[in-house]
Design a protein around this ligand. Structure first.
Ligand code: AKB
Length: 314
């Protein structure tokens, strides 16, 4: 089938790596990037600008292109969400609702990004199950639980083919994350290479689920390409790879940058990190559509440092 694909949030941390992969698979002319404020000068491909909260604008875009798939990635992250709770709700929930409505009316396959932020202090911290208590304390987590429930509702009520992943902290070198609690796991690489030192905003024993971006993008495409009958979760799949403490990451980076010094000065983001799981059970994703991660902590660290050094040298 000839695919026409829309990606929202195409220049964010995930989008900037997913869009080129989709372009390779489906052709540049078949992947439309819907930017908002920040549009990179060197972007090559089909580009539109617009606001995901504007139903009329979105309907016109769908009329123009006749999309067959949508990757709805546009979202405010956890730390910035606490600063702007109303905007977080508007973008993360009202924005999603528009895509659920349009995609179910037009029978379009939809991917939506959820997060480990759906879990909270009452969820089990170790090996957090797919089905468990979801009582997040951040507005970001609340928007993601609401979004997941809406996805399931639209699937059951209108037959919408909606698929979603609970992303852990994502580690990547192409585009920096903006406004998340797990951002320290990316920032530390930049600072280690540039300055040889880093002040980390969570404590050294903070342990969170993480994933290298190559795995995250591969997992996203695997889920979207899976047969509909194999998808048993219409809220959002637990999606895991690694878990490590901030100190373990520091020690792994120090194998490559021996002079690295890290201070730990927790700020308000620690409160969010403390409510998220240490490790996640993603066996349902592994069983349903064959998910398996490739990058462990040593490989990811090696790749990050090599790629960032090359990027910074340019
Ligand atoms: C954040 O820290 O807000 C995100 C996430 C885990 O969803 N990286």
């Amino acid at each position: 089938m000839h695919e026409k694909i829309l990606v929202t949030g195409p220049f964010g941390q995930i989008g900037s790596e997913l869009v080129p992969k989709l372009q390779e698979r489906y052709g540049k002319e078949n992947v439309v990037a819907l930017g908002h404020r920040h549009i990179p000068d060197d972007f090559q491909g089909s580009l539109e600008t617009g606001d995901v909260r504007d139903m009329d604008e979105m309907k016109k875009l769908f009329d123009k292109y006749g999309f067959t798939q949508v990757y709805h990635l546009a979202s405010l992250l956890s730390a910035v969400g606490e600063k702007k709770p109303e905007l977080a709700w508007d973008v993360n929930v009202n924005g999603l609702k528009i895509f659920l409505d349009i995609c179910s009316e037009r029978n379009i396959k939809l991917f939506w990004a959820s997060s480990i932020a759906v879990f909270g202090p009452t969820s089990p911290m170790e090996n957090t199950p797919q089905h468990t208590i979801l009582e997040p304390t951040s507005i970001y987590g609340i928007t993601k639980v609401t979004g997941e429930l809406l996805c399931k509702y639209y699937h059951e009520r209108y037959g919408l083919d909606v698929r979603s992943l609970r992303y852990p902290g994502l580690i990547s070198w192409k585009e920096e994350p903006g406004g998340g609690t797990t951002d320290y796991a990316v920032e530390i690489f930049y600072e280690a290479i540039e300055e040889g030192k880093y002040t980390c905003f969570v404590s050294q024993e903070t342990k969170l689920p993480m994933m290298y971006m190559d795995d995250a993008v591969r997992g996203t495409l695997m889920l979207m390409e899976a047969e509909p009958d194999d998808i048993t979760i219409r809220m959002s799949y637990n999606h895991a790879a690694l878990s490590f403490t901030a100190k373990e990451l520091e020690e792994e980076i120090r194998k490559h940058i021996p002079e690295l010094r890290v201070d730990y000065v927790p700020d308000e983001r620690q409160n969010i990190a403390d409510t998220w799981p240490d490790t996640i059970d993603d066996s349902t994703a592994r069983k349903d559509w064959g998910w398996d991660h490739e990058f462990d902590l040593p490989n990811m660290t090696k790749e990050m440092i090599a790629n960032l050094k090359r990027k910074m040298a340019k």
